[in-house]
Design a protein around this ligand. Sequence first.
Ligand SMILES: *Cc1c(COP(=O)(O)O)cnc(C)c1O
Length: 384
Amino acid sequence: MDSMPKTHESTFEFLCKKPYTPPSWAANLNPIPSHVFSLGQFPTPIHKWNLPNLPKGTEVYLKRDDLSGMQLSGNKVRKLEFLMAEAVAKGADCIITIGGIQSNHCRATAVAAKYLNLDCYLILRTSKALVDQDPGLTGNLLVERLVGAHVDLISKEEYASIGAVALTNILKEKLLSEGRKPYVIPVGGSNSLGTWGYVEAVSEIQQQLGKGSGGITFDDIIVACGSGGTIAGLAVGTWLSGLAAKVHAYCVCDDPDYFYDYVQGLINGLQAGVSSRDIVNIQNAKGLGYAMNTAEELIFVREIAKATGIVLDPVYSGKAAYGMMSDMAENPRKWEGRKVLFVHTGGLLGLYEKTEQITPLVGNWRRMDVHASIPRKEGTGKMF
Ligand SMILES: *Cc1c(COP(=O)(O)O)cnc(C)c1O
């Protein structure tokens, strides 16, 4: 209280670039990032998740990466801590990234860019019918547009035929020709540098297990997969650290073979020298397709929210948890007595795009019934 800090720089730990030292077990990965930029609130809590209808003796815990901060940025904060540090080191004056119209990654990047006083350019994929229209303010778009990100819309068809890398390159060349210094972040922030975010998360989990957790160890780590960086980091970190857990991923787009290959590329980029198939088990949880939901999935999200207070997003964690609970119901013997850590990767704003589909699933409202005998006098309840 009475000792005044000498300088602000030496006092505040948030929103600054710091030298990075990897956990000792990751010291042989290569390249090792030189810096990290603190953007999130870490460690995120781990707590028991009292899910209904679990197999006998199964315990599920939640890693609350939905509480990682930066305006609900979920798992993307961990990747951006490394990516933005490199953007700053390279002297970038603007950030380019790309994703779906409700991309949590694009929203997180837009916020991070503005924290660093950088311009942000987003290429967002939408349907052909909507590509010439104002994209509106639903969910992630509201935050992106409030923080002043530049939005370029591209149709799904053009995205599919041109590809994300070429599209970001076109924008990069344009900005370069205008004398700007753009830094490009790939889809989902999932390159080898971004993968460090979840290598670090494993170290964080390890420390949380060491500290006052009553000697708990996890048999399984379960997480959603959309662009592969999160599972790559978790799998490599778990393997290298010797944390005795199996990593299970539920993919919400493409298919498991695609992700085994993509994760292999990320692993090779870190020179980890291991096969993706040996360190992660990937299952399909795509359902109707990326960002599309069945009524059953949304009812599941509602039931889990009602039973536990935990709101899952419909695009990622909702599908992963649905996949996990379906498997537990179908193969209870496989899960009996296991201790499972489910990583909640965030994505709450994605729910706002589903309000129409959710409306018939929620009730619980009525006009309040106040009996005529209750005294009424103008001005009693002051509202303004
Ligand atoms: C991006 C995202 C994921 C998937 O993570 P990847 O590293 O892209 O596989 C999961 N959950 C949420 C909420 C996300 O935004």
